[in-house]
Design a protein around this ligand. Structure first.
Ligand code: NAP
Length: 236
């Protein structure tokens, strides 16, 4: 098989980094993107010779365009796990947890695929990232709607961009830096609640999410799908 290069937007930590590790381990090349130059450099060093990277902010279209233009490579797939946002109750009426959330998680992925388009091979697979709250919200209705919108975006893009395949990974609570960087008490109570709400009774490991993403990138018969890697959370 010819050499493959993947863009992992959000590849300096968490699920994106775990996927980058899996791709490099099997001999593919990765271009990772994230905002913090320090985290990015550390991640590239850990990934080794198969990895390069560049800073990017997915809330800024010009920054996304520069990221892809600087690579000038044909990509076998972008994986987009980059998102930084806050969630909150509808009754608070806070634009940060509604409109800004959509900018950070929905429009960022929409424009990232758009800017990536000139660099995608016809056999490429795109993997977007939502979250299991799309199907089973606990609250935060704008967050549920945003994740559902990302899943709808994947279905619509799968039609319009064919033969490029477009899928969505919808994780449940996953033990990544997203949680590890939060206070221990907050993290442990979230993990405890998750353990009681899902079937496997524990948060996911980042490697489990990376394997799910890899499946969506690789499997030529998967398009327009949302894969719930959520320990059975959404069917309970
Ligand atoms: N972990 C979970 O429990 C969970 C559950 C459901 C859904 N998800 C979804 O999964 C995705 C990733 O989660 P994760 O656990 O891997 O998070 P993570 O460990 O915090 O990693 C996020 C990555 O994205 C980058 N990033 C954040 N905002 C960015 C931006 N605006 N532009 C470019 N890069 C950005 C971060 O680096 P910088 O900060 O340096 O930019 C980092 O590399 C998110 O979409 C999240 O909503 C996660």
């Amino acid at each position: 098989m010819s050499e493959r290069t993947y863009a992992i937007i959000g590849g300096s930590s968490g699920i994106g980094f775990a996927l980058a590790q899996a791709l490099v381990a099997r001999g593919d090349r990765v271009r990772i993107g994230a905002r913090s130059p320090g985290k990015l450099e550390a991640a590239i060093e850990r990934l080794g010779s198969g990895a390069i990277g560049r800073t990017v902010d997915t809330t800024d279209r010009a920054s996304i365009a520069e990221f892809f233009a600087a690579g000038q490579q044909q990509l076998s797939g972008p994986f987009i796990s980059a998102a930084s946002y806050r969630t909150g109750a509808f009754r608070n009426g806070d634009p940060e947890t509604s409109e800004a959330l959509f900018a950070a998680k929905f429009w960022s992925q929409h424009w990232t695929v758009f800017e990536a388009l000139p660099y995608l091979r016809t056999d490429a697979g795109v993997v977007l990232m939502s979250g299991a709250a799309s199907a089973r919200p606990i609250g935060a209705p704008a967050y549920a709607a945003c994740n559902a919108a990302v899943e709808g975006l994947a279905r619509g893009l799968a039609i319009e961009l064919a033969p490029i395949r477009v899928n969505c990974l919808s994780p449940g609570t996953t033990d990544s830096e997203l949680w590890r960087d939060r206070p221990e008490e907050q993290r442990e109570s979230a993990y405890d609640l998750w353990g009681r709400l899902c079937v496997v009774q524990r948060p996911a490991h980042v490697l489990e999410q990376a394997h799910a993403a890899l499946f969506l990138l690789d499997n030529g018969n998967m398009t327009g799908s949302t894969l719930f890697c959520d320990g059975g959370y959404t069917f309970r």
